[in-house]
Write a protein that binds this ligand. Structure first.
Ligand code: TTP
Ligand code: MG
Length: 393
């Protein structure tokens, strides 16, 4: 049996816990409501007004002007996340964190210690609530896909069990979009074939689907539609990527300004990699243009790196190679193929080239200054804003 745990309205719930006056109120966490960023998440009270994650924050303000808008306090959420993952680890070592607020647990064989899975799920919910004062939802099912689905069906504050006998009964009536990997475009193709529910998808003749969607996608979808999913819980999987992105105050057409932004973003990503002991072998650039069209471009690097400068160079290269339609609204840089336990960069005969060694030394020095004096203490000169020209006498 697999158990899936996902915190309810995570960032917003942390804010409501830390400020009891916000309990029961529409709380929206994200960017400045007058600015150009997006909603990270919102409380269930705000969801009644149609506010959703990733919605432009101004749209959220239009839908819910009485909402309480708060900035993201990532360090606090990360601290709560660590506590939650630690609690889960007391129940089984087979915990696979999926994101900051969600994890799979393989609970096969835990019955002797914690009773049947449903009882264990109840204890997990209760322990998390007692120790962090945050609500979560739990799903219990024979595999990952169904466990995550069970969590979603029960939200918020849910505990949903899908037993093997109930799989078809639960799956059949659901819209096809609930199947992982079926996005809007695939759903439209399926609809044109008269397929709207998971049950219809499971029964549809394979050949007709393959002609429109290709064999790999169809096998995947029909497996899930039948409730088949044999992915294991992988406890020691490291995160796949680490990125940073920024929405500009004003749409930007100036390439110099875009590069300065890439320099800052690469610095964030590099510092994050080094802090967590990762390197990356690939870099991805994300660009969102004025009309909200979003695209990404990635490249592999000749060798693993955690250096700001190497990340920055790759990001610039990707920007030059894919000059987007201007103006640009958002830029993001991500290290997208992380490695752990990489060799420390050394100047050996067959080691990395001298400029990489120098860059690593600079990064290490910068990191140690920032640890002592804060992240703003040292920045590339290009990012230090010029002093305002003196006023005319
Ligand atoms: P989710 O678990 O997707 O959402 P949630 O916990 O806020 O709400 P629920 O699970 O009850 O539906 O994401 C976890 C956190 O990740 C969320 O609190 C904020 C952050 N997040 C973003 O910053 N941007 C996003 O687009 C999404 C989906 C989440
Ligand atoms: Mg959640």
């Amino acid at each position: 049996m697999i158990l899936h745990v996902d915190m309810d309205a995570f960032f917003a719930a942390v804010e409501q816990r830390d400020r009891p006056d916000l309990a029961g109120k529409p709380v929206i966490v994200g960017a400045d409501p007058k600015g150009r960023g997006v909603v990270s998440t919102c409380s269930y009270e705000a969801r009644r007004f149609g506010v959703r994650s990733a919605m432009p924050i101004r749209e959220a303000f239009r839908r819910c002007p009485q909402g309480v808008f708060l900035p993201v306090r990532m360090e606090q959420y990360a601290a709560d996340s660590r506590r939650i993952m630690e609690i889960l680890g007391r129940f089984t070592p087979l915990v696979e964190p999926l994101s900051i607020d969600e994890a799979f647990l393989d609970v096969s064989g835990c019955e002797r210690l914690f009773g049947p899975p449903e009882q264990m799920a109840q204890r997990i919910k209760q322990t998390i609530l007692e120790e962090t004062r945050l609500p979560c939802s739990v799903g219990v099912a024979p595999n990952k896909f169904l466990a995550k689905l069970a969590t979603e069906l029960g939200k918020p504050d849910g505990l949903t069990v899908i037993t093997p006998e109930r799989v078809q009964e639960v799956l059949s009536p659901l819209p096809v979009e609930r199947v992982f990997g079926v996005g809007r475009r695939t759903a439209a193709v399926l609809e044109s074939l008269g397929i709207r529910t998971v049950g219809e998808l499971g029964r549809a003749p394979r050949a007709a689907l393959v002609a429109r969607l290709g064999p790999a996608a169809v096998s995947h979808m029909q497996d899930l539609a039948a409730g088949r999913d044999d992915r294991r819980v992988e406890p020691h999987r490291s995160p796949k990527q680490l990125g940073s992105e920024r929405t500009f105050e004003h749409d930007v057409s100036d390439v110099g300004e875009m590069r300065r932004s890439l320099l800052a973003l690469s610095g964030d990503v590099g510092a994050g990699l080094r802090r967590q002991g990762f390197t990356t072998i690939a870099v991805r650039l994300k660009v969102r243009t004025e009309d909200f069209a979003t695209f990404t471009r990635a490249m592999r690097l000749p060798r693993e790196t955690a250096s700001d400068r190497t990340l920055y160079r790759a990001a610039c290269h990707l920007l030059d190679a894919s000059m987007p339609e201007l103006p640009v609204r958002l830029l993001g840089v991500a290290a997208c193929e992380l490695r752990t336990g990489g060799e420390p960069v050394q100047g050996t005969l067959f080691g990395p080239p001298p400029e990489e060694v120098r860059a690593a030394r600079v990064d290490a020095a910068v990191d140690s200054v920032r640890r002592r004096f804060g992240t703003q203490a040292l920045r590339p000169a290009a990012l230090v804003s010029k002093p305002k020209p003196p006023k005319a006498p």
